[in-house]
Design a binder for this molecule. Structure first.
Ligand SMILES: NC(=O)C1=CN([C@@H]2O[C@H](COP(=O)(O)OP(=O)(O)OC[C@H]3O[C@@H](n4cnc5c(N)ncnc54)[C@H](O)[C@@H]3O)[C@@H](O)[C@H]2O)C=CC1
Ligand SMILES: O=C(O)CCC(=O)C(=O)O
Length: 387
């Protein structure tokens, strides 16, 4: 029985994929084999030696200590694309909110109840302060053309916007899905200096943190409207607030409120609602639970952010799963241990990713305990499981 801990609310539709006879859900989680998480910050969490995998029901994994997990042989999964439509739809709202001063208008309309003049009269007198531009005919810059960025870019072409995209690492799949009317920018300056609206769809990493700062803003069009449904850390808030005050930035719509942004004129903060739809919560939970179950029960890895994708159909015998360093001689050393134990290797697969690699052997015959201990005694072996 595998113990699975949930650190956030995970849609019950997903949890149904963890069969009750094989998995025990334990929210206190003293010694979980697997963790299901959404946005909970795991950086200061103590991860026990028994922990095998963390599945993020969502896209961003910056709340998970991924490098540390890799070193300890903990596989981290995410759910690529499972919440992309939910975010795309909120970006549509964000585009309109950034231009038409809707949030400010709604807040102002609520104040009219206390006035002495009739509300309808006050509305007609006051509405001119909330005039804002249409989207059609304007230029939208999409930074990051992954699952969400592609959907946003394609949607914007249907709104009559001229769309520019920047992503030096775009995947082949994403490129196939991108509307051919999206203009490709080879550098960021080329995108930011012509766009009326800019939307961020990149992960928060050491390279991207603080990317929207005074220097980049100085290259943008005066009055540019910026949308951030990716991560708060991508934007230097001090520089952004000063640009809002000077009018260089016309509006900032973001999904990541923080102390310094609340109450700043021109800033519209949503409470991290990008993926908050029943459909997206369910998609993410189902995908994450399936990934976790497939790994815990059969050792297969799909959609990991720190280990390679490795899957093999399960045969009759035992399966030996080895996480190891990506260094020469590992396959020979692993198969040598199996051979010495008299095991016949029926099927075998091995893949590497960066500094790490994963090998699975399907063998006939019972696997003696000394195989596990023999493998673990080899240099550069991180984790061994016999399933
Ligand atoms: N507001 C919310 O609730 C949500 C926020 N997110 C955030 O949005 C981000 C993107 O999500 P997805 O599109 O699903 O991820 P994805 O992995 O499909 O796409 C990210 C894209 O960014 C590109 N990229 C990376 N570094 C870049 C750089 N320096 N410049 C330009 N492009 C760069 C990658 O090549 C990739 O194509 C997530 O990492 C997460 O932080 C995701 C889902 C929900
Ligand atoms: O689970 C959520 O609500 C947040 C989703 C998110 O930020 C992500 O998928 O990166």
């Amino acid at each position: 029985m595998y113990q699975v801990q949930t650190l956030n609310h995970i849609s019950p539709k997903g949890l149904e994929h963890l069969g009750a006879n094989l998995f025990a859900l334990d929210n206190e989680g003293s010694k979980p084999d697997g963790i299901l998480v959404r946005s909970a910050d795991m950086h200061n969490m103590e991860l026990g030696p028994q922990l095998l995998a963390v599945a993020r029901a969502g896209a961003g994994t910056n709340n998970i200590p991924v490098a540390d997990c890799s070193q300890r042989g903990i596989v981290v999964f995410n759910t690529p694309g499972a919440n992309a439509n939910a975010v795309k739809e909120l970006v549509l709202a964000g585009l309109v909110l950034s231009g038409r001063k809707i949030a400010q208008g709604i807040a102002w309309a609520q104040t009219l109840i206390a006035q002495t003049e009739p509300v309808a009269k006050l509305v007609e007198k006051g509405k001119k302060q909330f005039v804002g531009p249409e989207l059609a005919g304007k230029k939208l810059g999409v930074i990051g053309l992954g699952a969400i960025g592609v959907k946003v870019a394609n949607m914007a072409t249907h709104l009559g916007m001229e769309v520019l995209g920047y992503d030096p690492y775009i995947s082949i799949d994403a490129a196939w899905n991108l509307s051919r009317s999206v203009k490709h920018c080879v550098n960021l300056s080329d995108l930011v200096n012509q766009c009326d609206f800019i939307t961020l769809h990149i992960p928060a990493t050491a390279d991207t943190k603080g990317m929207v700062n005074a220097k980049l803003i100085s290259q943008m069009k005066h009055g540019v409207r910026i949308l951030n449904f990716a991560r708060g850390e991508l934007v230097n808030n001090v520089d952004l607030i000063s640009a809002l005050k000077s009018g260089r930035v016309g509006a900032y719509v973001c999904d990541f409120p923080c102390e310094e942004l609340l109450g700043v004129e021109g800033c519209v903060c949503l409470p991290h609602l990008g993926a908050s739809t029943p459909e997206s919560e369910e998609n993410c939970a189902v995908m994450a639970a399936q990934e976790l179950s497939d790994y815990l029960l059969d050792g297969n890895i799909r959609n990991s952010v720190n280990f390679p994708s490795v899957s093999m159909p399960r045969g009759e015998g035992n399966r030996i799963c080895v996480i190891h360093k990506n260094v020469p001689g590992m396959l020979a050393a692993i198969t040598d241990v199996a051979n010495k134990a008299g095991l016949n290797i029926e099927n075998m697969t091995n893949k590497s990713r960066g500094d790490y690699a994963y090998t699975m052997l399907d063998v006939t015959g019972l696997v003696p305990d000394e195989v596990g201990s023999g493998l673990l005694a080899l240099p550069d072996i991180i984790r061994v499981r016999v399933l």
